[in-house]
Design a binder for this molecule. Structure first.
Ligand SMILES: *[C@@H]1O[C@H](CO)[C@@H](O)[C@H](O)[C@H]1NC(C)=O
Ligand SMILES: [Zn+2]
Length: 286
C-alpha cells in the first residue's frame, strides 16, 4: 500500500516536472510529440494532419491576397536556434507596415510575425503535414497574427487568432535550383549551431523571396492548432500544394543544428493528428 502510494507520488511528481518543462518551453521530439501534455494530448482540432485530394472538400475559395510581401523587410533580420527550430522574427517592411495576408478562408487580416522550419535527417524527411501520403523534406511555417489582437500570446487564446502558411521544401540533387531568398537564409544556418545562438541575415529580403516562385493558387485550408506545446487551437492553416525545390546540400545544413540538450536537432516534426470530423478544404482552380 505504502509502496504503491510512493510510486503513485513519484509518477505524479514526474507528471508535474513534465508539465513544468513544457510550460517553460522545454520539450523535445524524441516521440514526435506523443508525450506532450495538456491541449496537445486532449485537443480535438490538432495539427498537423494528413491532407489528401480524395478526402478534401473542393471549393472555389478566393486566392490568398498578399500585402507588402513585395517590400523589403527592415534590418536586421535575425535567425535564432531556439532549441526546437531555426526561428526568424519578422520586422515590419521598409514602409513601416507589416507584411500581411487576407482572403482564402482566413477570418480577417493577419500580419506576418515569424518564420520557422521543421525538418528530417540524412535518412528521413521532416515535413509536418503529409500531402497525398507524402512527407516532404522540410516544412516552412510563416506565422501570422490577426490584427484584432495585440500580441501572438493573446491571439493564441482565440480560435481566429493565428494564420500559418505552410510551404513544403523539397531537396533536389543538383544545384539547378537557385532560390534566392531561402538560400540566403539556409546559408546562415552554420552560424546558429549552438543552442540559443543568433545570426543576422544581411541584405534586403522580401516575404516573396521566402515564398519562392511557388504557385500560391493551389492550397488546402482547415482549422487546427500550433504544432508545438501548448498546441493552442487558434490556427487557420493554409498549406500550399506546390513545393519549393532546393539543393540537397542546402537542406542538409538543418541537420547540423543542436537542440537545447546539445543533441542533434533532427526530425523536429509532430506526428499526424486525428481529423475528428473537421472539414478540410482544397482550393479548386477556377
Ligand atoms: C473554422 O471554424 C469557424 C468556426 O467554427 C468556421 O466558421 C470556419 O469556416 C472554419 N474554417 C475552416 C477553414 O474550416
Ligand atoms: Zn511550425
Amino acid at each position: 500500500m505504502c509502496v504503491l502510494n510512493r510510486r503513485r507520488f513519484i509518477v505524479f511528481l514526474q507528471f508535474l516536472l513534465l508539465a513544468a518543462k513544457q510550460a517553460s518551453g522545454q520539450f523535445n521530439y524524441d516521440q514526435q510529440g506523443r508525450d506532450w501534455a495538456g491541449t496537445c494530448a486532449t485537443g480535438r482540432s490538432q495539427s498537423p494532419i494528413r491532407l489528401a485530394d480524395n478526402t478534401a472538400i473542393r471549393r472555389p475559395i478566393p486566392r490568398i491576397r498578399f500585402t507588402n510581401y513585395n517590400r523589403a523587410l527592415q534590418s536586421p533580420l535575425i535567425m535564432t536556434n531556439n532549441g526546437h527550430t531555426a526561428n526568424i522574427v519578422l520586422p515590419p517592411t521598409n514602409n513601416g507596415q507589416r507584411a500581411s495576408i487576407q482572403g482564402g478562408l482566413l477570418p480577417g487580416t493577419f500580419e506576418a510575425q515569424s518564420v520557422h522550419f521543421h525538418w528530417g535527417s540524412a535518412n528521413s524527411r521532416g515535413s509536418e503535414h503529409l500531402i497525398n501520403g507524402q512527407r516532404y523534406d522540410v516544412e516552412m511555417h510563416i506565422v501570422h497574427k490577426n490584427v484584432r489582437y495585440a500580441t501572438v500570446a493573446e491571439a493564441s487564446l482565440r480560435p481566429d487568432g493565428l494564420a500559418v502558411l505552410g510551404v513544403m521544401l523539397q531537396a533536389v540533387p543538383t544545384l539547378i535550383s537557385t532560390h534566392f531568398g531561402l538560400n540566403r537564409i539556409l546559408d546562415r544556418l552554420p552560424q546558429v549551431i549552438r543552442d540559443q545562438s543568433s545570426t543576422m541575415i544581411a541584405g534586403q529580403l522580401t516575404m516573396n523571396d521566402l515564398l519562392g516562385r511557388i504557385p500560391t493558387g493551389r492550397f488546402y485550408s482547415y482549422n487546427g492548432s500550433l504544432t508545438t506545446p501548448d498546441c493552442a487551437e487558434s490556427v487557420t492553416w493554409t498549406v500550399f500544394s506546390d513545393s519549393v525545390k532546393l539543393p540537397r546540400p542546402q537542406i542538409a545544413k538543418f541537420w547540423d543544428l543542436p537542440d537545447e540538450r546539445s543533441l542533434p536537432l533532427i526530425n523536429n516534426y509532430r506526428h499526424p493528428q486525428e481529423i475528428n470530423g473537421r472539414p478540410i478544404f482544397q482550393r479548386t482552380l477556377i
